[in-house]
Design a protein around this ligand. Structure first.
Ligand code: GUN
Length: 291
């Protein structure tokens, strides 16, 4: 079974529309994009387009790549004060000279679009409601809407990032999975992965999980979005010529399709959900602020 993220995203956005219309004023999302990372530019463009389609007001701020921590803190504090802004998103990653933790901690937790503020991350740890990181929240939404049973299942998450892996492990735990969180120092990664009934790949390396990692019948959730421009690498993965620039996930697409009982394709799996969950977080923050 292919878990169709586009269909689920469309369902979620259709359900969200009346919530936007019911608010006294349109929800407002401020997006801060620093520098010119091409992937980040595409993500931000898609986020702003989703806002537009849903009737959410959006504002984009694009400080130069040389921006200092102090300048970003000033911008964030200004957005915290701005009445028409319900939700603030600072696109990751930030340039090396910027203190990312300080910027995230400066966002008003009541306007935290991504759930990256330590207070909201702490509420997730405590099992309490809070805005949640969009990508792992989107994965949970796919699993729920596709009625994949989670209770008591062995779930293995590969990748321990603050944005995906760590919150993903907590959300699966909350859903009563038995969770293993693997990372670059894990010994015998393939053996750990083969024990998974639910396998979540959030590594950031193209086609990294292969048939040695995936046991027959596992549910595989591929969070990776990797662009491949080397035709030889594409041919090694797909066994045939591909377009000059191809998107591939963290799991080997052919091995995953062969072994998994259900899986998210790349593109068209988890990606669309990240944006849908950002819209839901923004609407919820607006509902709280405008109540
Ligand atoms: N960079 C990659 N994914 C995300 C995300 O979900 N939110 C933000 N702010 N930056 C990201």
């Amino acid at each position: 079974m292919i878990l169709d993220g586009i269909k689920i995203r469309d369902q979620i956005l259709a359900e969200a529309k009346p919530r936007v219309a019911a608010l006294p004023r349109p929800p407002g999302l401020a997006v801060v994009l620093v520098g010119e990372d091409p992937a980040s530019e595409i993500y931000v463009r898609n986020k702003i387009k989703a806002c537009h389609d849903l009737g959410i007001h959006s504002e984009k701020y694009t400080p130069p790549p040389t921006v200092t921590t102090a300048e970003l803190l000033t911008l964030v504090r200004q957005l915290n004060q701005q009445e028409t802004v319900d939700s603030i998103l600072v696109q990751m990653p930030l340039p090396a000279q910027v203190d990312t933790a300080a910027v995230l901690a400066a966002i008003d937790p009541r306007k935290d679009a991504d759930g990256f503020h330590p207070y909201n991350a702490g509420l997730l740890l405590a099992g309490q409601p809070a805005p949640r990181a969009c990508t792992p929240a989107g994965v949970m939404e796919i699993l729920r809407r596709c009625q994949i049973p989670l209770e008591g299942k062995r779930a293995v998450v590969v990748g321990r990032s603050e944005i995906v892996g760590k919150p993903m492990a907590l959300m699966l735990l909350e859903a009563n999975c038995t969770v293993t969180l693997c990372h670059s120092r894990t010994r015998d990664l393939a053996a750990e992965c083969r024990r998974a009934e639910i396998l979540v790949a959030a590594i950031g390396k193209p086609a990294f999980l292969t048939r040695e990692h995936i046991s027959k019948g596992a549910v595989v959730i591929d969070v990776g979005i990797n662009r491949i421009t080397d035709p030889a690498q594409a041919e090694r993965i797909f066994g045939r010529q591909e377009r000059p620039s191809t998107i591939v996930g963290d799991a080997h697409p052919l091995h995953m399709a062969e072994l998994a009982s259900a899986y998210t394709p790349v593109p068209g799996g988890v990606g669309p959900l990240t944006i849908a969950m950002l819209m839901l977080n923004t609407i919820q923050l607006a509902e709280r602020r405008q109540a």
